[in-house]
Design a protein around this ligand. Structure first.
Ligand SMILES: *[C@@H]1O[C@H](CO)[C@@H](O)[C@H](O)[C@H]1NC(C)=O
Ligand SMILES: *[C@@H]1O[C@H](CO)[C@@H](O)[C@H](O)[C@H]1NC(C)=O
Ligand SMILES: *[C@@H]1O[C@H](CO)[C@@H](O)[C@H](O)[C@H]1NC(C)=O
Ligand SMILES: *[C@@H]1O[C@H](CO)[C@@H](O)[C@H](O)[C@H]1NC(C)=O
Ligand SMILES: *[C@@H]1O[C@H](CO)[C@@H](O)[C@H](O)[C@H]1NC(C)=O
Ligand SMILES: *[C@@H]1O[C@H](CO)[C@@H](O)[C@H](O)[C@H]1NC(C)=O
Ligand SMILES: *[C@@H]1O[C@H](CO)[C@@H](O)[C@H](O)[C@H]1NC(C)=O
Ligand SMILES: *[C@@H]1O[C@H](CO)[C@@H](O)[C@H](O)[C@H]1NC(C)=O
Length: 512
């Protein structure tokens, strides 16, 4: 008996190890992906051309395959309001059909809604899959829902993705229902050609692809969507089932005021939830004008302020529990963003308004407090106000340096003597007639006079002249005697030629 118990214990221990190994190979918070609701059997997307979609749509829509609506730009708070519903949507009163989910109203979608890649920028490139909660955390989303379709095996993001103005991927004109926000604040719902997606004049700042345009201009548009979006290489059976099966669903639309409406309903494929006809009718009753269907089934996820607030349909590893699925792109509602988001790197964004650092101003903090014009021709406008060129001063750099000063901030003192005047930029001395040298400290050498001592004297017998006027008057005698006498102190070093010239000068001045 004891041996049997011991053996059972061993077997149990072994099983426990296998169990731990099996769960350890996969994070237990993640789902088994067992409620996959796919519109297509193989790859994603309609095989129809844009031209086909345009040509086969009801004549009332003319050539336009999408609808546009100016987004509400209501600037008040809160930015988003979410309501929970638990409703009986049965059409006959005998068998009630209860559904629960959330309707979220976004008042200023242009500044508060972002398409996020899974786990952050580059998530699509890396085919990442991430829980909506985790992706929502990267942008502090107040409300987040799963968004576009993805390949559950490879993790590839499917369809078009533009996230906060970055074109992440272009589906090359796949004809599936799209939701986007354009740079000018227009909401766009419907089918887009590749040229529409790549428009550079008014580019998309957010764009995501769903499957099935639920409501077009206030009318249910599912039959037309099925014609446009089903894959003609497959039988319509798969697509029809996708539309008609009850399941968990998510959708995005807008109301007549241009507010964005996010929709989510809990469910499980074939058992609970809503089919797309029911979703379209439900949204229509809520005043939604245009809406497209986004990924559903086990992907349908609603996250409120960072926490899961929907009932996921996928099972966890332990069958007792349900787990949220790691999905691809996310629709995120966050606090208002500033444009540009970083306030031109000179401020901080507070509820959509840039608060600028000192020295900067304007709605985007891109303008200096001083305007370039205010600093005139001799100054530069900087965060610290006008910075004047060398030689200029004053609040708007319109004053030249005071006499005797020069340079940056006019804080250098001029060194000119003998009445020389100083250039206010570099401090160079301009000497009056009769003087030269860096500071005008030298008189003209004998035999020269005038400005910069360039004029040779014109006196008879090579006599020197007045250094200022060039006059050959004898009164020079008194003015110049000191330098001449200094010369005679060094007479022993003078050559005969010098002696002769000294003698001549002496003659000129009448010393001999
Ligand atoms: C649709 O476009 C074609 C050419 O692209 C044009 O000839 C036709 O008039 C357009 N129809 C409408 C209703 O705009
Ligand atoms: C808000 O939207 C209206 C039209 O929807 C537009 O006329 C107005 O200029 C917008 N205001 C701002 C600040 O964008
Ligand atoms: C959609 O198509 C089906 C059959 O093709 C038709 O019975 C149904 O009335 C159509 N619904 C709408 C809203 O046009
Ligand atoms: C969101 O969560 C943060 C903490 O995670 C909390 O401070 C804040 O009050 C919450 N906001 C709402 C609207 O629940
Ligand atoms: C900011 O600078 C731009 C261009 O320099 C100018 O057009 C605009 O009026 C300035 N805005 C403010 C608020 O000074
Ligand atoms: C510079 O400031 C003075 C007063 O300090 C003012 O009289 C003058 O007009 C200003 N010049 C310019 C170009 O702003
Ligand atoms: C020479 O000096 C006398 C007296 O100092 C003066 O009257 C005269 O004009 C001078 N001559 C010249 C050519 O400068
Ligand atoms: C010239 O020399 C005499 C005597 O040496 C002196 O008194 C006089 O001041 C000198 N003049 C000048 C201008 O240096």
């Amino acid at each position: 008996m004891a041996a049997l118990v011991e053996n059972l214990r061993r077997i149990y221990f072994l099983l426990l190890c296998v169990g731990v190994w099996a769960t350890g190979s996969r994070d237990i918070r993640y789902s088994l992906d067992d409620d996959v609701l796919s519109p297509y059997t193989g790859s994603y997307g309609s095989s129809h051309s844009h031209r086909y979609v345009r040509d086969c749509q009801p004549i009332t829509h003319g050539n336009v395959t999408h609808e546009t609506w100016p987004a509400s730009n209501h600037s008040g708070s809160p930015v988003v309001e979410s309501k929970m519903f638990m409703s009986d949507i049965s059409t006959n009163s005998e068998t009630p059909k209860w559904v629960s989910g959330h309707i979220t109203v976004v008042h200023d979608p242009v500044r508060t809604v972002s398409v996020l890649e899974p786990g952050g920028p580059d998530g699509c490139e890396k085919s990442r899959r991430e829980l909506v909660e985790n992706t929502a955390r990267t942008r502090k989303c107040l409300i987040a829902q799963n968004g576009g379709y993805f390949d559950t095996l490879s993790g590839h993001c499917l369809g078009n993705v533009v996230s906060d103005g970055r074109l992440v991927q272009n589906s090359r004109g796949l004809q599936n229902a799209q939701f986007g926000i354009k740079k000018d604040g227009t909401l766009v719902f419907g089918y887009l050609s590749e040229e529409d997606v790549l428009d550079e004049v008014n580019p998309f700042v957010q764009l995501i692809s769903g499957v099935v345009w639920l409501l077009r201009a206030g009318e249910v548009y599912i039959n037309e969507s099925m014609q446009a979006e089903c894959d003609r290489t497959q039988e319509t059976g798969t697509f029809q089932r996708f539309v008609e099966v009850m399941s968990a669903r998510t959708a995005v639309g807008h109301d007549v005021e241009g507010r964005l409406i996010l929709f989510h309903v809990d469910g499980q494929t074939d058992r609970r939830g809503m089919n797309l006809w029911e979703v379209a009718e439900f949204l229509k009753k809520q005043g939604v004008v245009n809406a497209i269907n986004l990924d559903g089934g086990g992907s349908a996820t609603y996250v409120l302020n960072g926490s899961l607030a929907s009932l996921p349909s996928d099972h966890c590893v332990e069958a007792m529990w349900r787990c949220p699925r790691a999905v691809s792109t996310v629709l995120c509602v966050h606090e208002r963003l500033c444009q540009p988001e970083d306030c031109s790197q000179h401020g901080v964004c507070v509820d959509g308004q840039c608060e600028c650092q000192p020295g900067w101003t304007g709605p985007t903090c891109a303008n200096l407090t001083c305007q370039p014009a205010a600093c005139g021709d001799h100054g530069m406008c900087t965060p610290d106000g006008c910075v004047c060129d060398a030689g200029w001063m004053g609040a708007n750099c319109s004053q030249e340096c005071a006499a005797g000063f020069y340079g940056d901030g006019c804080n250098q003192m001029c060194t000119c003597v003998n009445g020389g005047s100083c250039d206010s930029v570099h401090g160079r001395c301009s000497c009056p007639a009769g003087f030269y040298g860096d500071s005008c400290e030298e008189e003209c050498p004998l035999g020269f006079y005038g400005l910069r001592c360039l004029q040779p004297c014109q006196c008879s017998d090579l006599c020197p002249c007045d250094p200022v006027t060039g006059s050959c008057n004898n009164t020079l005698h008194d003015q110049r005697n000191s330098s001449l006498h200094r010369g005679t102190d060094h007479i022993s070093t003078l050559t005969p030629e010098h002696l002769i010239s000294q003698w001549k000068i002496g003659v000129c001045f009448g010393w001999y």
